[in-house]
Design a protein around this ligand. Structure first.
Ligand code: ZN
Ligand code: FE
Length: 256
Protein backbone atom coordinates (compact mmCIF):
# COMPACT_ATOMS: atom_id res chain seq x y z
CA UNK A 1 0.00 0.00 0.00
CA UNK A 2 1.23 3.40 -0.90
CA UNK A 3 0.86 6.87 0.57
CA UNK A 4 -0.09 9.45 -1.99
CA UNK A 5 1.76 12.71 -2.51
CA UNK A 6 -0.95 15.33 -2.84
CA UNK A 7 -0.51 18.67 -4.57
CA UNK A 8 -3.14 21.40 -4.49
CA UNK A 9 -3.76 23.46 -7.63
CA UNK A 10 -5.89 26.60 -7.11
CA UNK A 11 -7.85 27.45 -10.30
CA UNK A 12 -10.68 29.79 -11.35
CA UNK A 13 -11.79 32.10 -8.54
CA UNK A 14 -12.02 29.61 -5.66
CA UNK A 15 -11.68 26.01 -6.94
CA UNK A 16 -9.08 23.52 -5.77
CA UNK A 17 -7.97 20.74 -8.10
CA UNK A 18 -5.76 18.03 -6.60
CA UNK A 19 -2.95 15.97 -8.05
CA UNK A 20 -2.61 12.67 -6.18
CA UNK A 21 0.61 10.82 -7.00
CA UNK A 22 1.60 7.27 -6.11
CA UNK A 23 5.40 7.38 -5.73
CA UNK A 24 5.79 3.60 -6.12
CA UNK A 25 4.06 3.28 -9.49
CA UNK A 26 4.02 6.83 -10.87
CA UNK A 27 0.22 6.74 -11.19
CA UNK A 28 -1.14 10.26 -10.91
CA UNK A 29 -4.78 11.12 -10.44
CA UNK A 30 -6.37 14.50 -10.96
CA UNK A 31 -9.36 15.12 -8.72
CA UNK A 32 -12.09 17.30 -10.22
CA UNK A 33 -10.23 19.17 -12.97
CA UNK A 34 -12.20 22.37 -13.46
CA UNK A 35 -9.78 23.31 -16.24
CA UNK A 36 -6.97 21.54 -18.10
CA UNK A 37 -4.07 23.96 -18.73
CA UNK A 38 -2.94 24.83 -15.19
CA UNK A 39 -3.44 21.22 -14.08
CA UNK A 40 -1.27 19.78 -16.85
CA UNK A 41 1.37 22.43 -16.14
CA UNK A 42 1.37 21.63 -12.42
CA UNK A 43 1.80 17.91 -13.17
CA UNK A 44 4.58 18.56 -15.65
CA UNK A 45 6.40 20.83 -13.21
CA UNK A 46 6.64 17.83 -10.86
CA UNK A 47 7.57 15.38 -13.57
CA UNK A 48 4.25 13.59 -13.08
CA UNK A 49 2.16 12.21 -15.94
CA UNK A 50 -1.59 12.19 -15.43
CA UNK A 51 -2.92 8.63 -15.60
CA UNK A 52 -6.37 9.11 -14.06
CA UNK A 53 -9.08 11.69 -13.54
CA UNK A 54 -11.24 11.16 -10.46
CA UNK A 55 -14.53 13.07 -10.63
CA UNK A 56 -16.81 13.56 -7.62
CA UNK A 57 -19.77 15.02 -9.53
CA UNK A 58 -20.81 16.40 -12.88
CA UNK A 59 -20.68 20.19 -12.35
CA UNK A 60 -18.60 22.06 -14.91
CA UNK A 61 -16.22 23.46 -12.30
CA UNK A 62 -15.26 19.84 -11.52
CA UNK A 63 -15.26 18.22 -14.97
CA UNK A 64 -14.48 21.14 -17.33
CA UNK A 65 -10.92 19.89 -17.97
CA UNK A 66 -11.81 16.20 -18.43
CA UNK A 67 -11.77 15.91 -22.22
CA UNK A 68 -8.73 18.09 -22.80
CA UNK A 69 -6.67 16.26 -20.16
CA UNK A 70 -7.81 12.89 -21.49
CA UNK A 71 -6.87 13.91 -25.05
CA UNK A 72 -3.45 15.16 -23.90
CA UNK A 73 -2.53 12.20 -21.71
CA UNK A 74 -4.75 9.24 -22.60
CA UNK A 75 -5.73 9.00 -18.93
CA UNK A 76 -8.73 7.04 -17.66
CA UNK A 77 -11.72 9.01 -16.40
CA UNK A 78 -13.23 7.61 -13.20
CA UNK A 79 -16.56 8.90 -11.95
CA UNK A 80 -19.90 8.16 -10.32
CA UNK A 81 -21.73 5.30 -12.04
CA UNK A 82 -25.13 6.72 -11.06
CA UNK A 83 -24.26 9.89 -12.99
CA UNK A 84 -22.39 8.38 -15.96
CA UNK A 85 -24.40 10.34 -18.53
CA UNK A 86 -23.21 13.65 -17.14
CA UNK A 87 -19.47 12.88 -16.69
CA UNK A 88 -17.56 13.87 -19.86
CA UNK A 89 -15.34 11.05 -21.15
CA UNK A 90 -16.11 8.60 -18.33
CA UNK A 91 -14.33 5.23 -18.67
CA UNK A 92 -14.71 3.66 -15.22
CA UNK A 93 -17.90 3.83 -13.16
CA UNK A 94 -17.63 3.54 -9.38
CA UNK A 95 -20.22 3.57 -6.61
CA UNK A 96 -20.74 3.06 -2.87
CA UNK A 97 -18.64 0.25 -1.46
CA UNK A 98 -16.26 0.05 -4.41
CA UNK A 99 -12.52 0.12 -3.88
CA UNK A 100 -10.64 1.88 -6.66
CA UNK A 101 -6.88 1.57 -7.05
CA UNK A 102 -4.72 4.50 -8.04
CA UNK A 103 -1.35 2.79 -8.44
CA UNK A 104 -0.73 1.13 -5.08
CA UNK A 105 -3.15 3.41 -3.22
CA UNK A 106 -6.71 2.23 -2.64
CA UNK A 107 -9.73 4.52 -2.40
CA UNK A 108 -12.98 3.54 -0.81
CA UNK A 109 -15.90 5.12 -2.65
CA UNK A 110 -18.88 6.65 -0.84
CA UNK A 111 -22.16 7.58 -2.52
CA UNK A 112 -22.97 11.00 -1.03
CA UNK A 113 -25.98 12.51 -2.84
CA UNK A 114 -27.43 15.87 -1.84
CA UNK A 115 -25.47 18.56 -3.68
CA UNK A 116 -26.15 16.54 -6.84
CA UNK A 117 -28.03 13.26 -7.12
CA UNK A 118 -24.91 11.31 -8.20
CA UNK A 119 -22.17 12.80 -6.01
CA UNK A 120 -19.44 10.46 -4.71
CA UNK A 121 -16.39 10.87 -2.46
CA UNK A 122 -13.03 9.05 -2.47
CA UNK A 123 -11.35 8.05 0.80
CA UNK A 124 -7.70 6.96 0.65
CA UNK A 125 -7.39 5.43 4.12
CA UNK A 126 -3.65 4.81 4.01
CA UNK A 127 -3.02 8.40 2.94
CA UNK A 128 -5.58 9.75 5.44
CA UNK A 129 -7.11 11.74 2.59
CA UNK A 130 -10.74 12.37 1.72
CA UNK A 131 -11.69 13.96 -1.61
CA UNK A 132 -15.27 15.05 -1.05
CA UNK A 133 -15.91 17.54 -3.87
CA UNK A 134 -18.81 19.82 -2.94
CA UNK A 135 -20.36 17.62 -0.24
CA UNK A 136 -18.41 18.85 2.79
CA UNK A 137 -16.49 22.13 2.87
CA UNK A 138 -14.34 23.63 5.58
CA UNK A 139 -17.04 24.81 8.02
CA UNK A 140 -19.68 24.28 5.33
CA UNK A 141 -21.50 21.92 3.01
CA UNK A 142 -22.67 22.05 -0.59
CA UNK A 143 -25.96 23.60 -1.62
CA UNK A 144 -28.81 21.14 -2.07
CA UNK A 145 -29.27 21.47 -5.83
CA UNK A 146 -30.57 17.96 -6.48
CA UNK A 147 -31.15 16.38 -3.09
CA UNK A 148 -33.11 16.63 0.12
CA UNK A 149 -31.83 17.61 3.57
CA UNK A 150 -32.35 14.01 4.72
CA UNK A 151 -30.18 12.70 1.87
CA UNK A 152 -27.42 15.23 2.53
CA UNK A 153 -27.44 14.56 6.26
CA UNK A 154 -27.08 10.82 5.59
CA UNK A 155 -24.21 11.57 3.20
CA UNK A 156 -22.43 13.83 5.67
CA UNK A 157 -22.75 11.21 8.39
CA UNK A 158 -20.75 8.75 6.28
CA UNK A 159 -17.90 11.27 6.12
CA UNK A 160 -18.23 12.21 9.81
CA UNK A 161 -17.57 8.56 10.72
CA UNK A 162 -14.05 8.64 9.21
CA UNK A 163 -11.00 8.89 11.51
CA UNK A 164 -10.54 12.36 13.01
CA UNK A 165 -7.09 12.82 11.49
CA UNK A 166 -8.46 12.35 7.95
CA UNK A 167 -7.64 15.42 5.85
CA UNK A 168 -10.63 16.92 4.08
CA UNK A 169 -9.65 17.93 0.55
CA UNK A 170 -12.77 19.79 -0.50
CA UNK A 171 -13.10 21.51 -3.86
CA UNK A 172 -13.53 25.17 -2.92
CA UNK A 173 -11.97 27.88 -0.78
CA UNK A 174 -15.23 28.99 0.84
CA UNK A 175 -13.92 28.79 4.39
CA UNK A 176 -14.02 32.41 5.48
CA UNK A 177 -17.61 33.02 4.35
CA UNK A 178 -18.64 29.67 5.82
CA UNK A 179 -17.00 30.58 9.12
CA UNK A 180 -18.86 33.88 9.35
CA UNK A 181 -22.12 32.00 8.98
CA UNK A 182 -20.99 29.34 11.47
CA UNK A 183 -20.32 32.02 14.08
CA UNK A 184 -23.81 33.43 13.54
CA UNK A 185 -25.45 30.14 14.48
CA UNK A 186 -22.95 29.02 17.16
CA UNK A 187 -21.66 32.27 18.64
CA UNK A 188 -20.49 30.60 21.86
CA UNK A 189 -18.44 27.82 20.20
CA UNK A 190 -14.91 28.66 21.41
CA UNK A 191 -13.20 26.18 19.12
CA UNK A 192 -15.00 27.84 16.20
CA UNK A 193 -13.89 31.33 17.29
CA UNK A 194 -10.31 30.08 17.59
CA UNK A 195 -10.42 28.46 14.15
CA UNK A 196 -11.94 31.55 12.56
CA UNK A 197 -9.10 33.74 13.85
CA UNK A 198 -6.65 31.30 12.25
CA UNK A 199 -8.62 31.30 8.98
CA UNK A 200 -8.75 35.12 8.84
CA UNK A 201 -5.01 35.29 9.33
CA UNK A 202 -4.32 32.70 6.61
CA UNK A 203 -6.62 34.43 4.11
CA UNK A 204 -5.05 37.82 4.85
CA UNK A 205 -1.77 36.22 3.78
CA UNK A 206 -3.22 34.41 0.75
CA UNK A 207 -2.71 30.97 2.31
CA UNK A 208 -5.20 28.13 1.61
CA UNK A 209 -7.35 27.01 4.56
CA UNK A 210 -7.92 23.61 2.91
CA UNK A 211 -7.36 20.81 3.78
CA UNK A 212 -8.76 20.70 7.29
CA UNK A 213 -9.41 17.50 9.22
CA UNK A 214 -12.56 15.57 10.09
CA UNK A 215 -11.88 16.32 13.79
CA UNK A 216 -11.79 20.09 13.12
CA UNK A 217 -14.99 19.87 11.09
CA UNK A 218 -16.80 17.90 13.79
CA UNK A 219 -15.93 20.64 16.29
CA UNK A 220 -16.74 23.69 14.16
CA UNK A 221 -18.82 22.90 11.06
CA UNK A 222 -22.45 23.81 11.82
CA UNK A 223 -23.75 21.38 9.18
CA UNK A 224 -22.22 18.50 11.15
CA UNK A 225 -23.59 19.83 14.43
CA UNK A 226 -27.40 19.72 14.32
CA UNK A 227 -27.16 17.92 17.64
CA UNK A 228 -25.36 20.85 19.28
CA UNK A 229 -27.65 22.35 21.98
CA UNK A 230 -26.14 25.76 21.28
CA UNK A 231 -26.94 25.61 17.56
CA UNK A 232 -30.41 24.20 18.27
CA UNK A 233 -31.07 27.11 20.61
CA UNK A 234 -29.95 29.75 18.06
CA UNK A 235 -32.28 28.38 15.39
CA UNK A 236 -35.10 27.97 17.93
CA UNK A 237 -35.28 24.17 17.65
CA UNK A 238 -34.17 22.77 21.01
CA UNK A 239 -34.35 18.99 21.03
CA UNK A 240 -35.54 18.77 17.42
CA UNK A 241 -34.68 15.99 14.97
CA UNK A 242 -31.17 16.38 13.48
CA UNK A 243 -32.51 16.34 9.91
CA UNK A 244 -34.90 19.21 10.70
CA UNK A 245 -32.15 21.23 12.38
CA UNK A 246 -29.79 20.51 9.47
CA UNK A 247 -32.48 21.63 6.99
CA UNK A 248 -33.09 24.86 8.89
CA UNK A 249 -29.34 25.56 9.13
CA UNK A 250 -28.91 24.96 5.38
CA UNK A 251 -31.87 27.23 4.60
CA UNK A 252 -30.41 30.00 6.77
CA UNK A 253 -27.05 29.73 5.04
CA UNK A 254 -28.78 30.03 1.64
CA UNK A 255 -30.10 33.42 2.78
CA UNK A 256 -27.11 34.58 4.84
ZN1 ZN B 1 -20.71 21.39 -7.47
FE1 FE C 1 -18.05 23.17 -7.24
Amino acid sequence: MSRLEIHQVPVLSDNYVYLAHCPETGATGVVDPAVAGPVLEAAEARGWTVTHILNTHHHGDHTGGNLEIKAATGCAVVGPGPDRDRIPGIDVEVDEGDTYRLGNAAAEVFFVPGHTRGHIAYWFAESQALFCGDTMFAMGCGRLFEGTPAQMWRSLRKLMALPGETRVYCAHEYTQANGRFALSVEPGNRELARRMAEVDEKRANGIPTVPSTIAEELATNPFLRPESPLLQKTVGMAGADPVAVFAETRARKDNF
